[in-house]
Design a binder for this molecule. Structure first.
Ligand code: BES
Ligand code: MN
Ligand code: ZN
Length: 460
């Protein structure tokens, strides 16, 4: 997708004036008389999200008015300007005055220009923006491109985004940034001791695999990202109902997001040694599918009883997390679309995060807020850990009862992470159910932006 930012001089760029209820009177008073009348006739009152193009005498667009929430409003949406690319006629624009947060407004403008156009080269808005003064447009472009990668990967339907295609996307990223790349495919997973990844993926005609990408100076601090890459989640034999299965092409959202994060880290040349691990599988139904109450060994050595084949994400992550810990990274981050319970608790826009490090918790919360990439901490509540007990194996993957489903999933993963490893887990949704400013309906990049900023601060 071409950049939305106009880098050539654009003296005729059309000004966009941001107005709130509080500033509108003064802005209106400064307009030419006929435009003042035009705004009145069109009932423009600077309502948040309202957009009006004001004509010149020759009929061209002289100026755009766009309504924002009041400066102090508690429901202020800093991404509101992300609606503009969908509202404006083709052209080159510039900000005439400052929105509430000019950097986030420019970012929102770029994020709001995204359209999924793989199967229909239609609707890309031909709306460009002159980079606002004082904004690091290189960094915004880097974030927007990574967001496009995550969204495209998620939006691509499962028939064109199986484990192999996901691995190809990771290989392409590795090639672009000179990273080392390898995969372990099919029965080789068993031979190299990844029993859970193999168990979940073996029923699909598309072989499961573990994707392994490494980049950066080996002497730098090790940061490892692990992403759930379930390319389609039927639920396995504990089959999902059709309503629940409908958007399960997005079940590789964790993988898409760690690839987006990796792209930002590598493009910004952060001073860290990056590793990305993605267990890529399809949770399919077939005669050789894994079954309820099957018991498998795991890379960590724990035996795992299958309470539900639909709790597959934590299984594939478990083996990948165990591998990650073997080289003792300074920081281990995993993301995945792991539970419906996370969405029930916090809704689609606010992923819960879990960590065993208090400083990291504060840092994540601060960057999430600053980047408008919200996350909310939930506890690794020790008293619920016993709910994972199995009567016949070391652990069960799906506690009965279903209470605190996102927490018990995090506790399951914690059993596969070394106590001494600093660890962050994010239970993302990876999907925008209905379009909002800067967030078109469909696949979404969540948590990656905030974590990129956190890593930028720690490893500049
Ligand atoms: N991929 C799903 C979780 C999911 C469902 C995310 C819907 C977003 C929207 C995951 O594999 C799953 O099915 N989890 C089960 C776990 C349960 C069986 C313990 C769930 O959340 O119901
Ligand atoms: Mn599932
Ligand atoms: Zn799943």
């Amino acid at each position: 997708m071409p950049s939305v930012f106009e880098t050539a001089p654009a003296p005729s760029a059309i000004p966009i004036t941001f107005a709130t209820k509080a500033t509108w009177d003064a802005i209106r008073a400064g307009l030419p008389a006929e435009n003042r009348q035009f705004a009145l006739a069109n009932g423009f009152a600077a309502k948040p999200g309202a957009c009006l193009t004001l004509p010149s005498a020759d009929g061209s667009i002289r100026q755009v008015l766009f309504g924002l929430e009041d400066e102090t409003g508690k429901s202020r949406d800093l991404f509101r300007p992300g609606a503009l690319p969908g509202l404006l006629p083709p052209g080159v624009y510039r900000f005439a005055n400052a929105p509430h947060d000019v950097r986030l407004a420019a970012l929102a403008f770029a994020l709001g220009s995204y359209r999924f156009s793989r199967y229909r080269k239609n609707d890309l808005p031909n709306v460009r923006l002159v980079p606002p003064d004082g904004v690091d447009i290189g960094d915004i472009t880097r974030i927007a491109e990574a967001t496009t990668l995550a969204r495209d990967l998620i939006n691509t339907p499962s028939n064109d985004m199986g484990p192999e295609e996901l691995a190809l996307a990771a290989a392409e990223l590795a090639r672009r940034f000179g990273a080392d790349f390898s995969t372990i495919v099919g029965d080789e997973l068993t031979r190299q001791n990844f029993p859970l990844i193999h168990a979940v993926g073996m029923a699909s005609s598309r072989a499961p695999r573990l994707i392994d990408l490494t980049w950066g100076d080996p002497g730098h601090p090790k940061v490892t990202l692990v992403g759930k890459g379930v390319c389609f989640d039927t639920g396995g034999l504990d089959l999902k109902p059709s309503s629940g299965m409908l958007i399960m092409k997005k079940d590789m959202g964790g993988a898409a997001n760690v690839l987006a994060l990796a792209q930002m880290v590598m493009d910004a040349k952060l001073k860290l040694r990056l590793r990305v691990l993605i267990p890529a599988v399809e949770n399919a139904v077939a005669g050789n599918a894994f079954r309820p109450l099957d018991i498998f060994p795991s890379r960590k050595g724990l035996t795992v009883e299958i309470g539900n084949t639909d709790a597959e994400g934590r299984l594939v992550l478990a083996d990948a997390l165990a591998l990650a810990c073997e080289e003792k990274p300074e920081l281990l981050i995993d993301m995945g679309t792991l539970t419906g319970a996370a969405r029930v608790a916090l809704g689609p826009d606010l992923p819960p995060f879990y960590t065993n490090d208090e400083t990291l918790a504060l840092d994540v919360a601060a960057h999430a807020k600053a980047e408008n990439d919200p996350m909310w901490r939930l506890p690794l509540w020790p008293a619920y850990d016993s709910w994972l007990d199995s009567k016949v194996a070391n652990i069960n993957n799906a506690p009965s009862g279903g209470f605190a489903g996102s927490i018990t999933c995090a506790l399951f993963l914690q059993r596969f992470v070394e106590d001494t490893t600093r660890w962050l887990h994010v239970d993302i949704y990876g999907w925008t159910p209905s379009a909002k400013p800067a967030r078109p309906e469909g696949g979404e990049c969540q948590a990656a932006r905030a974590i990129y900023k956190l890593l930028s601060q720690r490893y500049a």
